[in-house]
Design a protein around this ligand. Structure first.
Ligand SMILES: [Zn+2]
Length: 654
């Protein structure tokens, strides 16, 4: 964290006209400045900067805020990153919290992996352009596929020479450590041999959002069917494939300007579209689309169009993608290509204005897409029609925003020629079914409750937990339960296939906390939760041994304290005699209740935090922020009420 004094110094030094002026040509108008908005496409300026108030505001798209907001929004940085960005601009030294040796080690490790990856990219690129083998095999291949040299350069494509370990030897000679070559997967090392992972492949570097190369995809030039056509870097400290999109760095500016992102499948699709002049395009290469990837796009736009191959596999993949995108609250359209075409071949077959025209004319919203697809050839079959209606309503039901849901239902009603009321009834049915499932799950717990005498009112003294952790007691108790009873059965549920599924104590805590996005403010506790998440359910995992002998001393200390102290048992559940002995027999009662207590404590903490922020915000004139906070507090309060109602009179007062 940056200390308060430094933050103040940064804010005092930052001139909004100066900062915005780095990106936007500003003209003086009266006391203010005006220019073309960098956040939406416009021809006449509606973007205003007020140096006296230190704020900007666009009357076209509504974006506005302080100088820090501008940097955050424009450069897609977090608050702290934006402050650092400004500090750099104004030569202000930033003093941060002191890093532990482990922090430094981890940071250095990641940085070393970045550096060796960057070296590899430069090496592969130089091999492509400057070596005979590269020019003939790889550059020849790209040109043959119709790729222009400027695109090859723009995407920093390269070539890894054939041979066992040509690249690795080169890297070692240049002073890079084997450890990092291995960690990034560039080199595969076994006891008696070393190999380049990408030997003889053309290379597609994968850039992170900020433009640094974090991994590679490599395509073989061999015709041998036994050799994998594409090979990707393995997961590493710097590359998490589910959170990365190919082309996002090259696309982000255009995505913002067009307020839209096209989603395609492969590296070459992305590059071919760039070559045709369409730059707001990314690919979920190497994985099927994930929620994290959609959230990454959502940082830049709320509109996604899925472009897919006109074959069966392509249609299936895009159907899968649609619900995922809808669930994230993003608007989705689809663009089917003619059969037998993929974005690569298709965009090369026509000029750039033709391509854009085709896209604009043929992209359809997902309801039309599904309707057309599923109704084909069976137009008047009532059964198909009913199934299709249910199918579409199911997709609509995952959309978080009620207004958007309503619009889609209206559209569906029009297209399917079904009355809106019928669709709403369908939606209600679906929702009821989901609630029922939830209810049944809770019922199971409650049925057990009834056989148990109600827990006594509990009075607990506050224990000195980690600094400033308002939920320390509950969190330590959750951890104790998890470490002691994590593998034990809590209750059974019926899954969709009608099979019985056992939910363990660990499953329950982890999924519940995850669903609500609850995280401890204490980094050590957070780490333990995360490692629980990773390891529970693994064959032979012994939580007690694992955590007590943990290499990180803060983790092992915390866990041994939690487990050894008697305090928890008597402190949280001040029990009547035999309760303590029977703890493991009444987990189905203790565990859900503990979770509710923890959630309640956390919600109250968040409310107080928001109220404090609100007081701060009320001093300035950022009304949007104040309204946001108000809304947030209201939401939290209703959650609080729900939780304390559930806990009833048994609410614990610390
Ligand atoms: Zn604007």
């Amino acid at each position: 964290m940056i200390d308060q004094g430094t933050i103040q110094r940064i804010l005092d030094s930052s001139e909004i006209v100066d900062v915005v002026g780095d990106f936007v040509t500003l003209k003086r108008r009266g006391t203010n400045f005006i220019g073309l908005c960098p956040f939406h496409n416009e021809k006449t300026p509606s973007f205003n900067v007020s140096p006296s108030k230190g704020i900007y505001k666009c009357f076209g798209c509504g974006k506005g805020g302080s100088v820090v907001n501008f940097v955050m929004e424009h450069e897609h940085l977090s608050y702290v990153e934006a402050l650092k960005w400004l500090a750099k601009k104004y030569n202000i030294e930033v003093n941060e919290r002191e890093e532990t040796p482990e922090d430094i080690q981890a940071r250095n490790d990641r940085e070393s992996q970045m550096i060796v990856t960057s070296f590899a990219q430069k090496y592969f690129t130089s091999q492509l352009w400057d070596s005979n083998e590269g020019r003939i095999a790889a550059l020849g291949y790209f040109r043959e596929r119709g790729l222009r040299d400027d695109m090859v350069r723009k995407f920093e494509l390269g070539y890894c020479p054939s041979g066992n370990d040509v690249f690795t030897q080169e890297a070692l000679k240049a002073g890079y450590e084997m450890k990092f070559l291995e960690k990034t997967g560039l080199t595969i090392k076994r006891e008696d041999w070393i190999r380049d992972r990408f030997s003889g492949r053309v290379m597609f570097p994968i850039h992170g959002v900020s433009g640094r190369v974090i991994a590679f995809g490599g395509r073989t030039l061999s015709q041998d069917k036994k050799i994998a056509k594409y090979l990707n870097s393995p997961e590493s400290d710097i590359y998490h494939k589910s959170r990365v999109l190919y082309g996002i760095f090259q696309a982000k500016r255009s995505v913002i300007q067009n307020d839209k992102c096209y989603l395609v499948e492969g590296y070459t699709d992305v590059i071919a579209m760039h070559q045709s002049g369409i730059e707001n395009v990314v690919a979920s290469s190497g994985t099927s689309l994930t929620s994290d990837q959609i959230r990454l796009i959502r940082r830049f736009t709320n509109n996604i169009t899925i472009i897919y191959d006109g074959d069966q596999a392509g249609i299936k993949a895009s159907l899968r993608g649609i619900d995922l995108v809808l669930e994230e609250g993003v608007n989705v359209k689809v663009l089917p290509l003619p059969e037998g075409e993929d974005p690569d071949s298709f965009s090369r077959s026509m000029g750039s204005s033709e391509l854009q025209e085709y896209i604009d004319k043929n992209e359809t919203d997902f309801i039309k897409f599904k309707t057309q697809l599923l109704l084909e050839g069976t137009e008047n079959d009532p059964i198909t029609r009913a199934r299709l209606t249910t199918d579409i309503v199911r997709s609509v039901s995952v959309i978080p925003d009620g207004i958007v849901r309503a619009e889609y239902l209206k559209e569906c009603s029009r297209l399917m020629n079904v009355r809106e009321e019928v669709l709403y009834e369908e939606l209600r049915k679906l929702k009821r079914k989901r609630d029922d499932e939830m209810f049944r799950r809770e019922q199971r717990v409650q049925v057990h409750h009834e056989n148990i005498p109600e827990a006594p009112n509990v009075e607990v003294k506050k224990e000195a937990g980690p600094v400033n952790n308002p939920c320390a007691i509950e969190e330590r108790e959750v951890l104790r339960m998890m470490l002691k009873y994590g593998d034990q059965k809590l209750f059974e549920v019926e899954n969709d296939e009608g099979e019985t599924e056992v939910i363990t104590v660990a499953d329950y805590f982890i999924s519940e906390l995850d669903a609500d996005g609850i995280e401890s403010v204490d980094p050590v506790i957070r780490q333990v939760f995360q490692e629980c998440d990773e390891h529970f359910g693994e064959e032979g995992f012994e939580p007690l041994r694992y955590f007590v002998q943990h290499p990180d001393s803060s983790v092992s200390q915390l866990c041994s304290n939690i487990l050894s102290e008697k305090y928890t048992e008597s402190q949280f559940w001040k029990k009547q005699g035999s309760y303590v002995e029977e703890e493991h027999d009444i987990l189905y009662m203790l565990v859900p209740r503990l979770l509710q207590e923890y959630k309640l404590r956390m919600v109250r903490f968040l409310i107080n935090q928001a109220i404090d922020e609100m007081k701060e915000a009320a001093k300035g004139d950022d009304f949007d922020r104040i309204v946001d906070l108000q809304r947030n507090i209201q939401n939290l309060k209703s959650v609080e009420k729900e939780l304390s109602d559930k806990l009833g009179k048994r609410t614990i007062n610390f």
